[in-house]
Design a binder for this molecule. Structure first.
Ligand code: UD1
Ligand code: CA
Length: 462
C-alpha cells in the first residue's frame, strides 16, 4: 500500500518576527524542517512532498538533492489549502501522512503507530493532552470528553468558551486514507474566524462519511510542541538539550551541569568522560575513555582519543576534513584547532596556538602563541613561542616539514616550502627561507652588537 508524506512548510511564521522562513530556524544545529525530513525518512515513504511558500527559495535550496518533491503554495490560504497543492503528487490509494514543518521533535515510532492506525482506511489523528491548550485546535468528542468518539476539531480562534476548556489538542499530525482525503480537501470551505481553509475540517467530513476516526496519543508533550516564536524555539531547544544530557549521564558521562551543555549534532563518549560547564559540541564529536573537557570549549567534527585533556576556552573546528586530538594529548587553554589538525599521542598545544592542516607526531609541543599551518611535525619537536609557518605566498599554500627532535626557538618565521632536518635547532628570531640541515644550528638574524662608550640621550635643559 502506497505511503505518501506531506510536510507543510509554507507559513510565514509571523510571530517569529524574522526575515527567515520559520521552518529554516535552527534547533540543535539543524533547521526545524531538517528535523522533520530526517524523521520522515525513517518511514521509507513512496513520496515526500514539501509545501513551501514563504521563503520557498531558501527552503528548497537547503534540500536540493534530498529526493523530496516541492510544491509551492502561493498565496497561503491555510493548512487545508496547503495540502490541496500536493494532491496531484499523491497516489490514488493508500495512506497520506501529514506533518507540520514547525513540529521538529516528532518521533519516528509515533509516526509509524499513526500510519498503522490509519491503515489506508481510518482517519488517524495525533493528539495530546496539555495543561495549557491555548492556541491549539481542540479535539471535540461526543459525550465523554476523554473516551467519547471524535467528532471534529475546532480551532482555538473559533472555539466557544466551553470548548476552550478542552485540554486534548490536535498536534498538527494526521494520517488519512488518500482517496478520501482528496475528496474532503476538494470540499473545504473558509467560513471561519481566520478566513482560512482548515485541514482540520476534514475530521467532521470523515465523521459524516462514516469513516472511522481514531485519536492516537503522542508519547510525550515535547515531541509534539510546535514552534511559533523565538521564546518557544528557545524553550524547545532547552528541553531537547536536557534530553541529550540525561542520555549522556545515563551512559555514565559526568556533566558538571546538565543544563549547561549544548550538543548540536552527535556526541559519542567512551567511559569516564568528564565535561565541565558551557561546552558546545557540533557535527560529529567522539570522545574516548577518560577524556576531560574543561569549561567553555566549542568542539566541532573532532575525534578526541583516550586520556586527552582539553582545557578551557579551546575552539576546535574540524569542518569537513575533521580534526584529531591523540591519546593523552593536552590542548589549551585558548587553543584553536582548525580542519586537518591531527595531533598525535601526548602532543601539547598551549594558549593562543593555532593549528591547521598539520600533523604533529608523538610528544611534539607548541605551548605558546604560535601558528602551524600545512606542517608535518616530527616526534618530540619543540616549537617555540611566537613562531609561525609562513605557508601562504599570496597565491599558493606550501608545506613545512620538521624532522624528529627539531627545536624551533621563539619568534621564528619558517618560510614554506621548507624542510628542517631531524635534530636541527633554529635560533630564536630567525626568518628561515631555505632548508635547514639535520643536527645543526641554523640562525638567520643580525648579530647583537654592543657599543662601548654609548650614552643614553638626556633631556635638553631650558
Ligand atoms: C495548526 C492546526 C491546529 C493544531 C496546530 C498544531 C489547522 C487549521 N490548525 O494550527 O489544529 O493544533 O496546527 O501545531 O490546521 N502552513 C502552510 N500553509 C498555510 C498555513 C500553514 O504551509 O497556508 C504550514 C505552516 O508553515 C506550519 C503548519 O502549516 O508548518 C501549521 O501552520 P500554523 O499556521 O502554525 O497552524 P496553527 O495555527 O498552529
Ligand atoms: Ca495559524
Amino acid at each position: 500500500m502506497a505511503l505518501d508524506i506531506v510536510i507543510m512548510a509554507a507559513g510565514k511564521g509571523t510571530r517569529m518576527k524574522s526575515a527567515r522562513p520559520k521552518v529554516m530556524h535552527r534547533l540543535a544545529g539543524r533547521s526545524l524542517l531538517q528535523h522533520v525530513v530526517d524523521t520522515a525518512a525513517g518511514l521509507k515513504a513512496d513520496r515526500t512532498v514539501v509545501i513551501t511558500g514563504h521563503g520557498a527559495d531558501q527552503a528548497e535550496a537547503a534540500f536540493a538533492g534530498a529526493g523530496l518533491a516541492f510544491v509551492r503554495q502561493e498565496p497561503q490560504l491555510g493548512t487545508g489549502h496547503a495540502v490541496q497543492q500536493a494532491v496531484p503528487q499523491l497516489h490514488d490509494e493508500g495512506t497520506t501522512l501529514i506533518l507540520n514543518g514547525d513540529v521538529p521533535l516528532i518521533g519516528a515510532g509515533t509516526l509509524a503507530r499513526l500510519v498503522q492506525a490509519c491503515g489506508g482506511k481510518s482517519l488517524a489523528l495525533l493528539t495530546v493532552v496539555l495543561d495549557d491548550p491555548t492556541g491549539y485546535g481542540r479535539i471535540i468528542r461526543s459525550g465523554d470528553p476523554v473516551g467519547g468518539t471524535v467528532e471534529g476539531i475546532v480551532e482555538h480562534k473559533d472555539a466557544t468558551p466551553a470548548q476552550r476548556h478542552i485540554q486534548e489538542i490536535y498536534t498538527g499530525v494526521m494520517a488519512a486514507p488518500t482517496a478520501h482525503l482528496k475528496r474532503w480537501l476538494a470540499a473545504l470551505k473558509n467560513d471561519n474566524a481566520q478566513k482560512e481553509y482548515y485541514l482540520t475540517d476534514v475530521v467532521a467530513m470523515a465523521v459524516a462519511d462514516h469513516v472511522h476516526v481514531v485519536a492516537t496519543h503522542a508519547n510525550d508533550e515535547t515531541e509534539v510542541l510546535g514552534i511559533n516564536s523565538a521564546a518557544q524555539l528557545a524553550e524547545l531547544e532547552r528541553r531537547y538539550q536536557r534530553r541529550i544530557a540525561d542520555a549522556l549521564m545515563e551512559a555514565g558521562v559526568r556533566l558538571a551541569d546538565p543544563d549547561r551543555i549544548d550538543v548540536r549534532g552527535e556526541l559519542v563518549c567512551g567511559q569516564d568522560v568528564e565535561i565541565d560547564v558551557n561546552c558546545v559540541f557540533e557535527g560529529r564529536v567522539e570522545l574516548g575513555d577518560n577524556v576531560r573537557i574543561a569549561s567553555h570549549c566549542v568542539i566541532r567534527n573532532c575525534r578526541i582519543e583516550d586520556n586527552a585533556l582539553v582545557r578551557s576556552f579551546t575552539h576546535v573546528d574540524g569542518e569537513k576534513s575533521g580534526a584529531r586530538i591523540g591519546r593523552g594529548a593536552e590542548v589549551g587553554p585558548f587553543a584553536r584547532l582548525r580542519p586537518g589538525a591531527d595531533l598525535g599521542e601526548d602532543v601539547h598545544i598551549g594558549n593562543f596556538v593555532e593549528v591547521k592542516n598539520s600533523t604533529l607526531a608523538k610528544g611534539a609541543k607548541a605551548n605558546h602563541l604560535a601558528y602551524l599551518g600545512d606542517a608535518t611535525v616530527g616526534e618530540r619537536v619543540n616549537y617555540g613561542a611566537g613562531s609561525i609557518t609562513a605557508n601562504y605566498d599570496g597565491a599558493n599554500k606550501h608545506r613545512t616539514v620538521l624532522g624528529d627532535d627539531v627545536h624551533v626557538g621563539s619568534n621564528c618565521v619558517l618560510v614554506a616550502p621548507i624542510t628542517v632536518g631531524a635534530g636541527a635547532t633554529i635560533g630564536a628570531g630567525s626568518t628561515v627561507s631555505k632548508d635547514a640541515p639535520a643536527g645543526q644550528l641554523t640562525v638567520a638574524r643580525a648579530k647583537a652588537q654592543s657599543l662601548a662608550g654609548w650614552t643614553r640621550p638626556v633631556k635638553a635643559k631650558k
